[in-house]
Design a protein around this ligand. Structure first.
Ligand SMILES: Nc1ncnc2c1ncn2[C@@H]1O[C@H](COP(=O)(O)OP(=O)(O)OP(=O)(O)O)[C@@H](O)[C@H]1O
Ligand SMILES: [Mg+2]
Length: 249
């Protein structure tokens, strides 16, 4: 059974960082290739994973729409789609990465989106774990990418406002009637212990709360532009993410 893990949260709190580190830990735990999905139109998960992205699903959607008649005349649209999807998949050492790219323009995409959904579903089922890095906010937690998730991880910074926002994002996700296995709150960039007022401000509804420490090694990689795949495994954040990965089904 594929386990789908979606990472969400407000802007700049560490969603992509956590997603990239989770991909590495889940691959190493399972000994299998993990599917990473970058569902943020301002995609940068590829960078964090140290691979170059040349094509996105958005590009292929546009291509298919433009060549709509041609494609149907010259063969099946399904085949064209499968071929293009393979082009949009970047293979890393222990992960494959799909980058969703920009969402659609003005044309009629229903047919293409339906096809895409079918293919994404069938692709996902080949992996033990799928980790989806989402755009900031929750409105965007795209039903097109996935409606069912085994774990919804909402990342926040260690501030009172951040915690409140995380609670709101979870409420919104529940309103959207997404199928959520378990909701996990990750408080990121924690320095030392979580102070009492913050502990008291942890919103309800999360099955688990995990703290990921502020890690100088991550900051150093961010300034040098190095990928997170080279973060030492014994760095404090990597260890915290390993523990979290161990608890995900
Ligand atoms: N635990 C950590 N320790 C130190 N720095 C961190 C940690 N987590 C994230 N960062 C840094 O915080 C910044 C934002 O992280 P990241 O890009 O992962 O956030 P994001 O939520 O994906 O942002 P966006 O909303 O723009 O997609 C980056 O510079 C990253 O290196
Ligand atoms: Mg991001």
């Amino acid at each position: 059974m594929t386990s789908i893990i979606a990472v969400a949260g407000k802007g700049g709190v560490g969603k992509s960082t956590l997603a990239a580190l989770l991909v590495r830990e889940l691959a190493s735990r399972s000994g299998k290739v993990v599917l990473a999905v970058d569902a943020d139109p301002n995609s940068n998960l590829g960078e964090k994973l140290g691979v170059e992205v040349e094509r996105t699903i958005g590009d292929l959607r546009e291509d298919l729409l433009k060549r709509s008649d041609e494609v149907t005349a010259g063969g099946s649209k399904q085949e064209a789609m499968q071929y293009q999807l393979r082009l949009a998949m970047v293979e890393g050492r222990d992960f494959d990465l799909l980058t969703m790219g920009r969402s659609e323009g003005r044309g009629c995409y229903c047919y293409i989106n339906n096809l895409l959904r079918t293919y994404l579903d069938s692709i996902m089922s080949d992996y033990p774990y799928v980790v989806i890095d989402n755009e900031a906010g929750m409105e965007h937690l795209s039903r097109r990418t996935c409606q069912r998730m085994d774990a919804l991880i909402i990342v926040t910074d260690a501030t009172k406002v951040g915690l409140m926002t995380a609670g709101r994002i979870l409420a919104l996700a529940r309103e959207m009637e997404l199928e959520i296995g378990s909701a996990v709150l990750v408080v990121n960039r924690v320095k030392g212990e979580l102070p009492r007022p913050l502990k008291d401000a942890i919103p309800e509804g999360f099955a688990r709360v995990a703290l990921v420490p502020h890690d100088q090694a991550i900051e150093d990689l961010a300034s040098s532009g190095g990928p997170l795949t080279s973060l030492p495994r014994n760095s404090t954040a990597a260890q915290a993410v390993r523990e979290l990965a161990g608890e995900l089904r």
